[in-house]
Ligand binder design. Structure first.
Ligand code: KG4
Ligand code: ZN
Length: 389
């Protein structure tokens, strides 16, 4: 089955065409087309993702991306289609330019040629994420569903992150050992999820305030680094470890490390970094490195503790780690170490799939289609706080 995947939950507009086959035990996926436009450079000016700007950029980029992924893809015959453009314009009434661009594109490239694209299902992220951004993807997906009369399923972005970890090259080998544990760490999320089987999720831990990536970005900003500062902090920390730098005045708390639950809290740690910087006054390049190292160590200690505890409590046979923060080598090494100690498997995503993308949404959509039938133009709402259970 060919699937169109659509992702617009945050600052990436992403579309993908994927061929999927097999059952949920051993599905196979081949990525046919994949395209993405990142808004990172635009949001840099604001020091973070600005929802209204994200929405505007998604609306501007989504039709050109759609054209790009369809350019060389398979088409099938489509004789005299009756498209209800009134309904489509109603669906896209808040994105009028998008509507006009889409209509022109469909009329010129498909209606005029009596052909249509050959995908048979659409999967779109319905949450969690920034609602104004999510709406663009949802409305676009519903419009495409209505125009081509192709069924559509809403997908949970976090389920996407979980499945993204199991794709290798162009093929997915879903051999996750259930029960499995997923640690999802990004700029917007910090969650521990117990997975009994595909679709059977239970959130057993989460941040009570900032996400881990968000804390990295905020600390980066405090020491004068540009958004997104996470990767820059991890480089500074790495070099402080290599150079064995330390300063007894620079030490930070490990919030909630001894709490009986699996939750995280990052805002106290962030504040304590801020106070330390104020206390030190003018900070040197070396002190910046030490701050980065000590901050990272606090984060890693808490992650290690919570993940070990979660593995013990759930008897998980594997650990799936997803989200943009897992680009961090030190966090990755620590989690690998824990998996080795507990004698369980650990799965990390490739670099391309660790950040937001539409490949993961297509895969999650395919797996979900075994539990819920997709429908033509279903009523889907953006759910900013959509949870996995
Ligand atoms: O998943 P993602 O691309 O976007 C969402 O937040 O959904 O994650 C981006 C986040 C940013 O906060 C970024 O600073 C952080 O991941 N990040 C890192 C590293 N690389 C990216 N944080 C720590 N260390 C890294 N190496
Ligand atoms: Zn994400």
């Amino acid at each position: 089955m060919k699937i169109l995947g659509i992702e617009t939950s945050c600052d990436e507009t992403a579309l993908c065409l994927m061929e999927a086959e097999g059952d949920t035990e051993s599905p196979k996926f081949v990525v046919l087309e994949n395209a993405l436009i990142s808004q990172i450079d635009i949001h840099k000016e604001y020091g973070g993702v600005f929802p209204a700007v994200a929405k505007r950029e998604h609306a501007k980029n989504i039709v050109p991306l759609f054209a790009k992924i369809l350019e060389n893809s398979e088409k099938v015959s489509w004789q005299n289609p009756e498209i209800n453009w009134d309904k489509v314009s109603e669906i896209l009434n808040r994105e009028f330019e998008l509507y006009e661009n889409l209509k022109k594109f469909v009329e010129n490239n498909f209606v005029a040629k009596n052909i249509r694209p050959s995908f048979e299902m659409i999967a779109v992220t319905s949450g969690p994420g920034l609602e104004p951004a999510l709406w663009v993807g949802i409305n676009f997906a519903r419009a495409i569903s209505e125009i081509f009369q192709i069924p559509l399923l809403p997908v949970n972005h976090m389920e996407g992150h979980i499945v993204s970890v199991l794709l290798e090259k162009d093929q997915l080998k879903v051999t996750a050992e259930f029960p499995s544990l997923a640690l999802l760490i990004s700029g917007g999320h910090t969650e521990i999820i117990e997975i009994e089987s595909w679709g059977n999720y239970k959130k057993i831990g989460e941040t009570l305030d900032d996400a881990i990536g968000e804390a990295y970005d905020k600390v980066a900003r405090m020491i004068g680094l540009e958004y997104p500062g996470g990767p820059k902090i991890s480089l500074l920390a790495q070099s402080a470890r290599e150079e064995n730098l330390s300063d007894e005045r620079i030490i930070f708390p490990r919030p909630m490390i001894h709490s009986p639950d699996l939750n995280f809290s990052l805002s106290g740690l962030k504040t304590s970094v801020l106070y330390k910087i104020k206390e030190l006054g003018e900070i040197t390049a070396i002190q910046k490195k030490i701050i980065a190292k000590e901050f990272e160590q606090s984060v890693v200690d808490v992650i290690n503790k919570k993940v070990s505890k979660a593995i013990n409590e759930t008897n998980a046979k594997s650990l799936i780690v997803g989200g943009g923060v897992i680009a961090n080598k030190y966090i990755r090494e620590n989690l690998s170490q824990i998996a080795t100690e507990k004698n369980i498997k650990v799965h990390f995503p490739t670099t391309e799939l660790s950040t937001d993308n539409a490949i993961m949404i297509s895969i999650a959509g395919y797996l979900k289609s075994f539990r819920q039938s997709p429908e033509i133009c279903p009523d889907i709402k953006a759910e900013g706080n959509l949870s996995l259970n």
